[in-house]
Design a protein around this ligand. Structure first.
Ligand code: BV8
Length: 248
């Protein structure tokens, strides 16, 4: 077994973290690449609670444009999304997929044991009752909450900077138990997600990075395979499942 092949005879559980890079080849922009989202708009203007309080129409317009973009029929899951769904279905141990992405491509590819730690672009939340609901149309200040009827408090169900990501207790529990932690398509700039590799290492997990280029935290990984996600992720899954068939 290679040093980053989990042993299904042990707990054999795998925690996978994904970022915007895994959706790049589906046609969605990343954040910090040269053509990324933060190259054209400032985080402080569209992705903080203060921005939403200051200019809700501008924040709604930013997320309405991204929601419309995601709903374009040209945007489809790619081979990397499908490979991770196959791993969840065929790996003998648990596979937990934690994504920083707010797109729905992992779910559409078939991943079910899935946490959207930064929320979901196709869901909205009421500032009055905290109810979360599916929403595929534009959102604005005139919209009423489908649960409590309150008008004017609807926001994207997205975790902004300065807000606590979702399901953190469940994520840290999985990191403490896992045999292997794999980071895919993320630059390792944003916390707490960027700290997951150190957390997994502190519990003796093996760590692997699959990315187009080394991330900020590259030195913390036992192993890395660099290349486009649609190439390196299916190849890694194929090799892992072939090895599982012969695991002791
Ligand atoms: C928190 C949703 C505390 C929105 C996002 C001051 C005040 C408060 C907090 C902070 C602060 N200063 C710092 C912080 C912490 C802050 C942070 O980390 N800031 C950074 C910028 C320093 N974090 C937070 O604020 C977090 N909350 O700390 O709360 C708290 C404590 C107690 C109580 C309450 C609160 C919340 C962070 C979440 C913010 N929301 N997204 C939206 O999407 O609009 S973060 C945003 O960055 C996206 O979610 C994105 O996913 C995430 C990470 O980016 P990446 O996914 O890594 O994308 P990136 O472009 O950076 O990299 C892409 C990678 O892919 C590259 O490596 C590239 O090489 C690779 N790639 C490209 N193409 C391919 C590829 N790989 C493979 N194949 C390809 N084809």
């Amino acid at each position: 077994m290679s040093k980053t092949t989990p042993n299904p005879a042990r707990d054999g559980s795998i925690v996978i973290l994904t970022g915007a890079g895994i959706s790049r080849e589906s046609g969605l922009h990343t954040f910090r690449d040269a053509d990324g989202i933060w190259a054209t708009v400032r985080i402080e203007d569209v992705a903080t609670p203060e921005a939403f309080a200051r200019d809700p129409d501008r924040v709604h317009a930013f997320y309405n444009a991204r929601r419309r973009g995601l709903l374009d029929p040209a945007i489809q899951p790619n081979a990397a999304h499908f490979a991770l769904a196959r791993l969840e279905a065929e790996w003998p141990g648990e596979v937990l997929l934690v994504t920083q992405n707010i797109d729905d491509l992992h779910g559409r590819a078939g991943s079910r044991n899935l946490i959207h730690m930064h929320g979901e672009l196709l869901k909205v939340r009421c500032g009055a009752c905290e109810g979360v609901s599916e929403h595929r149309a534009d959102l604005g200040r005139a919209d009423a909450c489908p649960d409590c009827g309150h008008v004017g408090a609807m926001r994207p169900h997205v975790v902004w900077f300065g807000e606590m990501p979702l399901e953190m207790a469940r994520i840290y529990d999985a990191l403490a138990r896992c045999d292997l932690f794999v980071s895919i398509g993320t630059s390792g700039n944003v916390y707490p997600a960027a700290g997951f590799v150190a957390e997994a290492r502190s519990h003796s997990a093996r760590t692997l990075e699959l990315n187009l280029e080394p991330s900020v935290g590259a030195s913390l990984f036992d192993d890395a395979r660099l290349g486009p996600a649609t190439v390196v992720v299916p190849a890694w899954v194929e090799a892992l499942l072939a090895g599982a068939g012969t695991a002791a």
